[in-house]
Structures are given as C-alpha cells and as structure tokens.
Design a protein around this ligand. Sequence first.
Ligand code: HEC
Ligand code: HEC
Ligand code: HEC
Ligand code: HEC
Ligand code: HEC
Ligand code: HEC
Length: 472
Amino acid sequence: MLKMAFKRLTYKLLVILLSFYTFSTSAQEANVNAGKTLFKNNCAACHNKDMKSKMTGPALGGVQDRWDDEADLYEWIRNSQGMIASGNARATELWTEWKPTVMTSFPNLSDEDIANILAYVNDQMIPKGPVDAGGPSSECAVPTEAESGNRMLYVFLFVVLALLAVILARIISNLNYMQEVKETGIAPERKTLGQILTSKGVMSFVIFLAIVTAGSITVKKATSFGRQQGYQPKQPIAFSHITHACEHKIDCKYCHDGARRSKHSVIPAANTCMNCHKAIKYGSTYGTAELTKIYASVGFNPNTDKYIENYDQLAEEDIKKIFTRWISSQAAEHDVPNDEVAELEIDQWDGIVEALTDEKAGDNSIAGPIEWKRIHNLPDHVYFNHSQHVTVGKLECQQCHGKVEQMKVVRQYAPLSMGWCINCHRQTEVKFASNGYYDNYYENYHEEIKNLKRNKVTVEDIGGTECQKCHY
Ligand code: HEC
Ligand code: HEC
Ligand code: HEC
Ligand code: HEC
Ligand code: HEC
Ligand code: HEC
C-alpha cells in the first residue's frame, strides 16, 4: 500500500514538472498563436503577413515605433476614421498617404486581442531558421536577448532535473528497501544520503568533472590571450549600424571607403557624417544629445547652418555658448518642459566634452576628431590587407565581421587568430574568372581543371598559408 502511495507521489511530481516546463516555454507562443488567428481572420485581407510589404494597407512591421502613444494605436485599430477626425498626427499622416482607402473598424477587439496581434506582428519580424553568417541581410531585428534568456532556461531546467533525479533515486531505493524488509522480514543496515554522496563512485565522478571543466577553461584562456573576440567597447557617440547600414541601407563602403582600395578600412571622418547630418539635425532617438557631438567636432554651428571660422582657436566658453543655445532652442521646439531645459543643457554639454576630449592623452580641445575606440586590432607582426580580400577575393564584409548591420554597438565577431585566417584560406576557392589578378596561375590551373586533375583552387594553393605572406 505504501508502495502505491510512493508511485502516486512520483507520478504527481512528474506531472508538475512537465506542466511547469510546457508553461514556461509556451506562454509566449500562446499569445503569438492567438494573434496569428486574429490577424488571419481580420487583417490579412489588407495587410501583408510578411509585415514588410504593402498591400491594400501599409506594412505593419515596427508599427509600435511609429505611434508615440500605444493607447492611440489601440484606438486606431478599433476606429481609424474616428482617430483621423480627431486630428491625431500619425492618423492624419496615414490618411494623407492612403486615402481614400478606409480601414475597417474593429470595435469588438479587446486590449488583449490587440496585444496578441501586435505580438504576432513582431514575431513575424524576427528572422527564422538557421542564421546565415555570410551575405548581407535585409532584416534589422536583433534576436540576441532571446538567446541569453534561453540559456537561463536551460540552466534552470538542468538544476530541476538533477534534483528530480536525486529524489527519484531516493524513492526507488526506499521502495527496494521496503520490498526487502517485506520479503525477508529483517531490516538490513541502510546507507544515509550523506554516505551515498560521499561514496567512492560519486566522489570520483565529481573530481573528474572538476578536472575537465578547469582544463577546458585554462586552454580557452591561454589560446585567447591577447585576443578579444566579442570585444564591444562603448563608443563616444551612440552611432548605430542598425540605423545606418540596415534601416537606411547605407552601403558599408560609403563610410568605410578604404576597404576597397587599401590595406585599412578606415573609420569615416566626421565630414562624411556631415554629408547627411548637416540636414538631419534632430534625431528621433536622442534628439540633440548625440548629433551635436558631430557639430562640436567639426565646428559647425547648427543655429546658423554655417561652419565657425577659426574654430580651433575659440575659447571653450564660447563654444559652449553656441551649442547650449542650440540644445535649448531645440528643446523648446520639441516641447521639453521649461524646468528640464537647464539640466538637459548641462548633461548634453558634459557628453560633448567627454566624447571629444581625452585628458589622459592630453587632448583638452573640443575641436578635432571624434575619439572612436578601436575594436579590431591585429598584432604588429601580422600583415592583413582589406582590398586583397574585398576587391580581389570578392568576400563580403559579413564573412569576417558578422552581421554588423544588426549591431547597435559593434563587437568583434571573429577571433582574428592565425587558425581563423588559415582555415578560411584552406577552404575558400579563389575567384579567378573575373579578376585578372592571377592570369598566370589561371593558365596553369585551368589546364589542370580541364584534365580533371583538380576540381578547385583554394587560397592555400596559391600560397595563402606560407608564413611570409602574413608575417613581416
Ligand atoms: C479593408 C482593409 C483593411 C483591413 C481589413 C485592416 N486594415 Fe489596417 N489599414 C488599412 C489601410 C488602408 C491603412 C492606412 C490608413 C488608412 O487609409 O486608413 C491601415 C493602417 C493600419 C495601421 C497603421 C499603420 C502605421 O504604419 O501606423 C495599423 C496599425 C493597422 N492598419 C492595423 C490593422 C489591424 C490590426 C487589422 C486587423 C485587426 C487591420 N489593420 C485591418 C486597411 C485595412
Ligand atoms: C554611416 C557610416 C557607416 C556605415 C554605412 C557603416 N559603418 Fe562601420 N563604422 C562606422 C563608424 C563611425 C564606426 C566607428 C564607431 C563604431 O565602432 O561604431 C564604424 C565601425 C565599424 C567596425 C569596427 C571598427 C573597429 O574599430 O575595429 C566595423 C568592423 C565596421 N564598422 C563594419 C561595417 C560594415 C560591415 C558595414 C556595412 C554593413 C558598415 N560598417 C557600415 C561608420 C559606418
Ligand atoms: C547617408 C546619410 C548618413 C550618413 C553619412 C550618416 N548618417 Fe547618421 N543618420 C542618418 C539617418 C537617416 C539617421 C536617422 C535619423 C533619425 O532617426 O532621426 C541617422 C541617425 C544618426 C544618429 C541617431 C540620432 C538620434 O538621435 O536618433 C546618430 C548618433 C548618427 N546618425 C551619427 C552619425 C555619425 C557619427 C555619422 C558619421 C560617422 C553618421 N551618422 C553618418 C543618416 C546618415
Ligand atoms: C577576410 C576578412 C575580412 C573582410 C572580408 C573584411 N574585413 Fe574588415 N577587418 C578584418 C581584420 C582582420 C581587421 C583587423 C585589421 C588590423 O588590425 O590591422 C579588420 C578591421 C576592420 C576595420 C577597422 C579599421 C581597420 O582597417 O583596421 C573596419 C572599419 C573594417 N574592418 C571594415 C570592413 C568592411 C566595411 C568590410 C567590407 C567592405 C570588411 N571590413 C571586410 C577582416 C576582414
Ligand atoms: C573568409 C575567408 C578569409 C579569411 C578569414 C582570411 N582570408 Fe586572407 N584571403 C582570402 C581569400 C579568398 C584570398 C585570396 C584573394 C585573391 O584572390 O587573391 C586571401 C588572400 C590573402 C593574402 C594574399 C595571399 C597571396 O597568396 O597573395 C594574404 C596575405 C591574406 N589573405 C592574409 C590574411 C590574414 C592575415 C588573415 C587573418 C587575419 C586572413 N587573410 C583571413 C580569404 C580569407
Ligand atoms: C593567413 C595568415 C597567416 C599565415 C599564413 C601564418 N600566420 Fe602566423 N599568425 C597569423 C595571425 C593573424 C597571428 C596573430 C594571432 C593572434 O593574435 O592570436 C599569427 C601569430 C603567429 C605567431 C605568434 C604566436 C601567437 O599566437 O600570437 C607565430 C609565432 C606565428 N604566427 C608563426 C607562423 C609561422 C611559423 C607560419 C608559417 C608556417 C605562420 N605563422 C603563417 C597569421 C598567419
């Protein structure tokens, strides 16, 4: 009878664990699935389900960013014509673009329904399937947080399962014990939990595990000494590659012009930024906080749209006046409450000083270049040339730098180790056909390929693993 009770207990435990597991993983999916059904039944007739292309109505991807107030967005979905009549800015903008097409009203959708639809819209924007390291991408979503969330879930599950295993082992041992007592009528001596945990078998397993872990950490640390894969320093300006390279589709080479022509890729000078930011002076994310740093660097007066004469001889007080005036005038124009303006001026001016001066290096002048923090850095004894890879080798930036267009802050994607360079040289075929750079090689290899002696020519075959090619 006792045995039955234990069996029931184990069973209950399993059920609890299982339902807990399914709950924690599927709560999110339930919303998305409910949203999908609602979308199909009510919205799919006019809005494309890829969320990126227009149909009868606009693409819905990223729609929450286009509405200042979430409540207005909900109201729009329930009664769009009412919103237009009320004079709401976004509603008016939409109507100007899409009239006379009228969106159906959905007065019966609850807040939860709409939240679910929006969850589905966002979910559709996350790239699906295996992440492709090479080739540019057209998506600007960043799925990094989900990854770390998943890792926490795994650790948690592991702990729960381990605990469960111990409990079950204990129960089974109890059952066996009782069985034995029942059959033989005598009670043998029992091991306590403490005795089991300190037994030879368990102890040697723990020691083995410790050695393996310590060993692998040491090896990892030793081989990555001096290298910094994943290095992601905070930059003096909140420049985002997502905004520029993905959302606004500016070509990498527009800014990193050197990559095509020379050894170095080069960080663009602030004058390149000015090509656009002479006109785009107030940012949608930071207002004046970040863009003013560019003006202070090159000596552009945004109040008058003129470059300041003899800027590098101007006293800091005078420079400060020009830019704090800009900051407060913009604050007033963008309805920042009066009592917050003074603080805004101080904060933003401090940010400018911090971004453009470097006291440790003895640079106290606001004028002069932005001090970007260098991320990739090979040791001096290695020779690496961008144009060789980008122009001659026809490689995409992303093959070595990852999807930079999806990085809000750039991080070093590749290890930049010798093994990394050599592996790629062993695997990558040389693209002879269109470059003419290797006509001599091409002659020889062409013959061999024709005679079926070889089916490909890798970088290694043309000497890409010889020491002196990469080392001075
Ligand atoms: C009959 C076609 C039609 C249907 C059905 C429809 N819409 Fe629309 N939707 C439009 C049109 C057209 C616009 C552009 C504004 C206008 O002309 O009123 C729009 C605009 C929107 C916008 C504003 C987009 C932006 O960029 O700010 C949202 C949000 C939206 N619709 C959500 C929905 C949702 C959610 C549903 C389903 C519950 C839905 N729509 C069903 C036609 C439709
Ligand atoms: C609008 C100009 C602009 C565009 C377009 C642009 N970048 Fe950048 N890039 C910068 C600036 C400025 C920095 C330095 C600040 C930083 O690290 O974010 C930078 C930094 C980098 C770095 C790190 C440099 C280092 O210090 O090691 C890499 C790698 C890079 N960009 C690659 C790319 C790739 C690949 C693309 C195209 C997908 C691209 N960039 C598009 C302006 C641009
Ligand atoms: C080809 C045009 C172009 C160039 C070149 C360019 N930007 Fe931008 N930048 C944009 C656009 C478009 C936006 C989006 C504006 C917005 O969201 O309000 C933007 C946004 C920004 C923002 C965010 C502003 C905010 O508050 O939202 C910063 C910071 C910025 N750029 C810095 C730079 C820097 C630094 C450079 C030079 C290395 C640069 N940009 C070069 C077009 C450009
Ligand atoms: C074959 C791999 C590879 C490719 C392809 C590649 N890079 Fe690089 N990139 C590197 C390495 C390695 C460094 C570090 C160079 C150093 O420290 O001297 C680097 C450094 C940089 C830097 C920092 C400045 C510099 O030149 O040291 C920028 C910016 C950059 N790359 C942008 C780009 C862009 C943009 C493209 C595409 C047009 C690109 N890279 C293509 C490997 C590559
Ligand atoms: C993603 C693949 C890839 C990576 C990573 C890579 N390379 Fe290359 N590399 C190539 C290709 C492709 C060529 C051949 C270009 C051509 O057609 O000449 C090349 C050519 C070279 C050459 C000229 C070889 C010759 O025989 O003329 C040098 C030097 C070189 N790479 C150095 C490096 C160094 C140093 C690194 C690491 C910091 C590196 N490469 C990483 C793909 C790569
Ligand atoms: C394709 C380019 C490439 C070739 C070919 C190459 N190396 Fe390297 N080597 C590198 C890079 C990149 C590093 C820097 C690695 C780092 O910083 O961790 C390096 C580092 C080294 C180091 C310093 C040790 C270290 O880990 O920093 C030695 C020694 C070395 N290489 C020897 C050689 C010898 C010997 C050969 C010929 C058999 C050779 N290399 C061929 C790219 C190359």
